[in-house]
Design a protein around this ligand. Structure first.
Ligand code: ADP
Length: 206
C-alpha cells in the first residue's frame, strides 16, 4: 500500500503548480477535481440523477453537465448544495480510494482542494497532509491572472473557503508559496526526497 499524501490549499495558492512539480519527479497524482468531473460525465448514474432533479436545462448543448450553472444554483440554494454533496462526495471518495489502490510507487499525491472543509471524510485514508500557503494578496492576484476573473468573484470564493488557520490545523507540512516558481520547485524537490524515503520505509516489501 502506497503512502498517501494529500495536497491542499486555497484557490490560487499553487496546488496545481506544486502537483505538476511532483509529477515531474514521477510521483503519481490523483486529482479530486478531475475525478469530480468524471463522476458527472453523461450516462453516469450521478449525471442521470442530476438531470432527473433539474431537467434538461442543466445540460450544455454538447450534452455535458453545465457545471457553472449548477455551481451558481447551489450557491444560493443551500439545501440543493447538500443534496448534491451527498450524491457526489461518496462517489468521489470511492474513485480516490480506487486510484490509491492502483498506485505502484512508494507514495502518491492526492490533490483535494476542499480537504479542510471535509477532513473527517478523508482522514482515514490519508497519511500526511501538505498545505500550500500563499499570502491572500498573492492568491488573489494569481487567480485573477489565471482565470481572468473579477476581483469580487475571487474575493467571494476565498471568503467561502476554509480560513488559512483552519487549513494549517490539519497540516503536517506547510509549503509556503510566497516566492518565485523556482523557489517552489526547490521546496517540492526537497519534500519529494523526504516523502520518497518515508514512503519506502512504510511500504511493505512485496
Ligand atoms: P491552485 O491550483 O491552488 O488554484 P495554481 O497552481 O493554478 O493554484 O496557481 C495559480 C496561478 O499562479 C497559476 O497561473 C500559476 O502559474 C501561478 N503561480 C503559482 N505559484 C506561483 C509562484 N510562486 N510565482 C508566480 N506564479 C505562481
Amino acid at each position: 500500500m502506497t503512502y498517501v499524501v494529500a495536497l491542499t490549499g486555497g484557490i490560487g495558492s499553487g496546488k496545481s503548480t506544486a502537483a505538476q512539480f511532483f509529477a515531474d519527479f514521477g510521483v503519481p497524482i490523483i486529482d479530486a477535481d478531475l475525478i469530480a468531473r468524471e463522476v458527472v460525465k453523461p450516462q453516469t448514474p450521478a449525471f442521470e440523477q442530476i438531470l432527473a432533479k433539474w431537467g434538461a436545462s442543466i445540460r450544455l448543448p454538447n450534452g455535458e453537465l453545465n457545471r457553472s450553472l449548477l455551481r451558481e444554483h447551489i450557491f444560493t440554494h443551500p439545501a440543493d448544495k447538500i443534496w448534491l454533496e451527498n450524491l457526489l462526495h461518496p462517489l468521489i471518495q470511492i474513485e480516490i480510494k480506487d486510484a490509491i489502490q492502483k498506485v505502484q510507487y512508494p507514495y502518491c499525491i492526492v490533490v483535494i482542494p476542499l480537504l479542510a472543509e471535509h477532513y473527517a471524510d478523508y482522514q482515514a485514508i490519508i497519511d500526511h497532509v501538505i498545505v500550500i500557503d500563499a499570502k491572500p494578496s498573492q492568491q488573489h492576484m494569481r487567480t485573477i491572472e489565471r482565470d481572468q476573473a473579477s476581483s469580487e468573484l475571487i474575493e467571494k470564493m476565498i471568503a467561502e473557503q476554509a480560513s488559512p488557520a483552519q487549513r494549517l490545523k490539519i497540516a503536517q507540512t506547510v509549503l509556503t508559496n510566497d516566492d518565485t516558481l523556482s523557489q517552489l520547485k526547490k521546496k517540492v524537490s526537497d519534500l519529494h526526497t523526504v516523502l520518497l524515503k518515508t514512503g519506502i520505509s512504510k511500504t511493505p516489501i512485496a
